[in-house]
Design a protein around this ligand. Structure first.
Ligand code: SPV
Ligand code: MG
Length: 287
């Protein structure tokens, strides 16, 4: 099954599936070999690993370059966090064409304004007019070459302080415009927003959630209310920051590296992850 078909299966089937965050080639590879069926290429994490803010400070071609490394390193599908699509309908549809060329299986766009701000910053972010956003989705769906390429519409109504009725109103418009799934975002510490939405939504179309702040809700609850996909959105970048901070501090304090040897992988693990063995075999054949 090709990657777009795999992603479609993850997002559209009624059983609960997961996408795990990655932000470069090596983290994508780790996500795959751990057993996840798909990858969330997080805008926050990709920006952070470049040392910049999640405010469209990376150009879209810079994001594409990182996606290409992630795609080349893996055989499972990647859903790119495409923010607002890097502009209007025209920028968004060009993004789709470029993503298909590097074997990215789908893209999620959110109904905010370019340049975007991370959903966890501030409380009343201005949203895009839903009809304008719907035409952006339509342009993306009209542009895709592979019929299985996935366009996900992310609703930011709860993030901007609106109620479940507004969330449903927007989700319906985006579904009608051709979105393959709806990502309903919330930053409450409980799953109250998601519960309210799902009651009104009545499983009309597949739903993705990102329970970063309401992580104490048991996963079984999301199965029970009919969520299709959960995104674990930023845990690889956060864990790598913790690891790097601890290691760097220990080496700084000790002026020696023996103190961290038990905390870190041996260099040969890097060779394994980047498949150095294949190059050794190829050298025998071609050198
Ligand atoms: C991301 O991972 O970049 C997301 C999810 O968009 S969040 O940061 O929760 O908005
Ligand atoms: Mg993002």
């Amino acid at each position: 099954m090709n990657k777009t078909h795999q992603l479609k299966d993850i997002l559209k089937t009624s059983n609960l599936d997961y996408l795990m965050e990655a932000h470069n080639g090596i983290s994508a590879k780790i996500v795959e070999e751990t057993g996840f069926k798909g990858i969330w290429a997080s805008g926050l994490s990709i920006s952070a690993q470049c040392g910049v803010r999640d405010s469209n400070e990376l150009s879209y071609t810079q994001v594409l370059d990182i996606c290409e490394y992630m795609s080349d390193a893996t055989t499972i599908p990647i859903l790119l966090d495409g923010d607002t699509g890097f502009g209007n309908f025209n920028n968004a549809r060009r993004l789709v064409s470029k993503l298909e060329k590097i074997n990215i299986a789908g893209v999620c766009i959110e109904d905010k304004l370019f340049p975007k701000t991370n959903s966890f910053i501030g409380s009343k972010q201005k949203l895009e007019d839903p009809e304008v956003f719907a035409r952006k989705i339509q342009a993306m769906k009209d542009t895709q070459f592979d019929p299985n390429f996935q366009v996900v519409a992310r609703v930011e109504a709860f993030i901007s302080g609106y109620d479940a009725e507004e969330a449903v109103r927007r989700a319906e418009i985006y579904k009608e415009a051709g979105a393959d799934s709806i990502l309903m975002h919330s930053k409450k510490s409980t799953c109250e927003d998601i519960d309210n939405f799902m009651k009104l939504w009545e499983n009309k179309h597949p739903v993705i959630i990102v329970p970063t702040t309401y992580h104490e809700t048991p996963t079984q609850h999301f199965k029970d209310i009919g969520i299709n996909t959960i995104i674990w959105a930023n845990h690889n970048i956060r864990s790598s920051i913790t690891a790097m901070q601890n290691t760097t501090k220990k080496i700084y304090d000790a002026s020696n590296i023996s103190c961290v040897n038990n905390d870190i992988v041996p260099v040969k693990e890097i060779f394994r992850l980047t498949n150095d063995a294949e190059l050794r075999i190829a050298e025998k054949k071609y050198l």
